[in-house]
Every structure is written in C-alpha cells, then in structure tokens.
Design a protein around this ligand. Structure first.
Ligand SMILES: *Cc1c(COP(=O)(O)O)cnc(C)c1O
Length: 358
C-alpha cells in the first residue's frame, strides 16, 4: 500500500480543517491526471492541459468535496446526509455515505438526470426521490430539511465541499510547478469555480506559485444566470449537470472573477456538443456534455483573440462520459449512429475497413 494515493484528506491533511479525531471517509478520490491536449494546443496556439476529473471514484469531481463533507458529517455524529442534485452529487453522496455506514437521501429533478447517475445513486443504496420540480426547487427543500430535521446537508452550500474541492488546484500547481495563466471550468452552482480560486489563492499565499490564473467559467446559453445577471426561472440545456438557474455560490464566484481578472461566458448546446466530439475524437478523453463546455469556452475565447499564444491553459473536465453516453451516439444531423454490421468473414471485413492484402 506504500505508494497508493491516499485520497485528498490524507494527502492534504495539513491544508484542510481536519484533526486526528476526524474519521476519514475516502474512496481514494483526487490524484487525477493532468493531460496535455496536443489537438487543443494545435487549434489555439496555447499550451493546453486537461484535468480529467472523470477519473474520480464515482466519475466526477464531486468526490473531492464529498470525502470532506461526509467525513465531517460523521465526525459531528450525523446518521444521514441529504443533497439536491443534477446527478453527480447524488452519485457521490450515495457512495460516500454507504461507505461510512450512514444513509444518503437525494432529491433530483424528475426526468432530468442522466441514466448513469441515477443508476449510481440506486446502486449505492441511496433513498432517491424524483421531485416534480427543477434543481433549484430540490435545493430549497434539501436546505429546509437540513434546517429542521436530523439530516446533514452535503450540497456545495456546505463549505466542507468547497474545501475538499480546492485540492484540485493544489494538484495542478504541483504538476506544472506554478499556476497556469488561465483556468477554465464549467459553472452550475459555481462551487467548483470558487473552490479552484480558493486553492490557487492558497498556493500563492504559501509561495508555491507566482500568480493566480485568470478564472474563466462557462454556463450553457439556456442556463446562464451569472452571465445574464439574473436568476433563470426555467433553465434549459442538454448539459444536465449545469442546468441551474440560481447558483448557490453566485456571490463567491463573482468575487473570485473580480480578483482573478476572470470571465463568465455562455455557450450554446450546439457548441457544447461540437466540443464534446473534439475532445473524445481528437484528444481521447470522454466526458459528459457539461464538462465539454470547458473545451467550447476555450475555443470561443481563443477565436475572440483573448488567449495569447503559448499561454498555459488548464481545462477542468468535470465528469465521465460513461455517465451520459447517448450524446456520443448522435450524428451532426441528430440521427442515431448505426454501427456497421458485417458477416463472419475476414475478407469482407478487410474490405469494409479499406484494408488491402499485403
Ligand atoms: C456539479 C457539476 C458541475 C457544476 O459544478 P458547480 O460546482 O455546481 O458549478 C459541472 N459538471 C459536472 C459534471 C458536475 O457534476
């Protein structure tokens, strides 16, 4: 076990508010790869790296925050946690709660969560309720329950989540030897945007890095409250993980944007799917649609002349493509991809593959 990654609480124990009394609930989250993306560097002239958070135990960055939130909940004596979720928080809460031997109750918007994520929450034995409303309704009720009943809230309004998530910035600085010039993330509740900013600020204060990256966050056009400057009542996008009309960390994120000379932009679903395809087919990284908005945002800002040549750019891609694979099986015109069917015959298969006998 000597060389095994120990999860973010043990790896960064000195930089998190935990003590010897904190029971560490971990599935080995964090330590995710930072992958140079030659195809994106070629398209933009920048030096582009992808932080692949789909490589966490439940397939999204939520695990970094959940190890902290559930550990602290158990330390405080909680027997049950609750969250509202567009899918990944519920998958993560369910896994960490069950690992800790406590109950997870999760509230998800009816019919609006990807099948892989629904399956995860159920597989991990969560009490999953589909609420006849949107994510923002689910979060209101989860907060209400946590205020008035014996359940512990593990949404990112719980600061423990942000604390755990900031460790991703530590990992980036360790690998690059400094902060990047730009860091780009998808934005839903803006908790992760806030967490990266906090992580990079701490690295700067410790003298581990020489600068803050400019923090760029992207929302889907139909679900872009921060860009528009007002709550969106019925947020709409295929990127279900960021279908959020009233971000919980709105103010923290706005402050982070100011300090880092950052930016919030909106991207259409069409551009998200284009970027999704570029990332899977040219870089070899398969993500869920919400994650691809980082790539789309980079391409949009690069085309706008806002990313100088040779800048170091880190894109966080937040969740794994296997959670919501249907988007890979659509052609540009919206029809289904139909894999070619062939007989059991080498010569015919070679022919279909365009191979010429040597
Ligand atoms: C939760 C989530 C987001 C949004 O993160 P926020 O902290 O809510 O801004 C983006 N992508 C994926 C895959 C997620 O699970």
């Amino acid at each position: 076990m000597a060389n095994q990654w120990r999860g973010v609480l043990r790896e960064y124990a000195d930089r998190l508010d935990i003590s010897d009394a904190t029971p560490i609930v971990t599935l080995g989250e964090g330590g995710t790869p930072l992958i140079p993306a030659a195809a994106l560097s070629a398209r933009t002239g920048a030096r582009v790296y992808v932080k692949f958070e789909g490589m966490n135990p439940t397939g999204s960055f939520k695990d970094r925050g959940m190890t902290m939130a559930v550990s602290k909940a158990v330390e405080a004596g909680a027997k049950a946690v609750i969250c509202a979720s567009t899918g990944n928080t519920s998958a993560s809460a369910a896994a960490y709660a069950t690992h800790a031997g406590i109950t997870a109750a999760v509230l998800v918007p009816e019919g609006k969560i990807a099948m892989g994520k629904l399956a995860q929450a159920i597989a991990h034995n969560a009490q999953l309720l589909q609420v006849q409303g949107n994510f923002d309704d689910c979060l209101d009720i989860a907060r209400d329950l946590a205020n008035n009943y014996p359940v512990h809230l593990v949404n990112s309004v719980n600061n423990d989540r942000i604390e755990g998530q900031k460790t991703a910035a530590f990992e980036v600085v360790e690998v690059l030897g400094d902060a990047p010039d730009f860091h780009i993330v998808p934005v839903g509740n803006a908790g992760n945007y806030t967490a990266y900013f906090r992580g990079y600020s701490e690295e700067l204060a410790r003298g581990e890095s020489t600068k803050l990256p400019r923090m760029f966050g992207f929302q889907a056009t139909g679900s872009a409250p921060i860009v528009l400057g007002h709550v969106v009542k019925d947020p709409d996008t295929i990127a279900s993980a960021i279908r959020i009309g009233n971000p919980a960390s709105w103010e923290l994120a706005t402050a982070a944007r100011e300090v880092s000379d950052g930016y919030f932009g909106a991207i259409s679903d069409e551009k998200i799917l284009e970027a999704h395809r570029i990332l899977s087919a040219e870089v070899g990284i398969f993500v869920e649609p919400a994650s691809a908005i980082s790539v789309a945002g980079l391409l949009e800002r690069s085309e706008a002349g806002m990313i100088p040549r040779d800048s170091v750019v880190v894109l966080t891609v937040t969740g794994h493509g296997l959670k919501d694979p249907q988007w890979a099986l659509r052609t540009a015109d919206g029809s289904d991809v139909k894999p070619t069917i062939v007989p059991v015959d080498t010569a015919q298969i070679a022919d279909v593959l365009g191979l010429i006998r040597t």
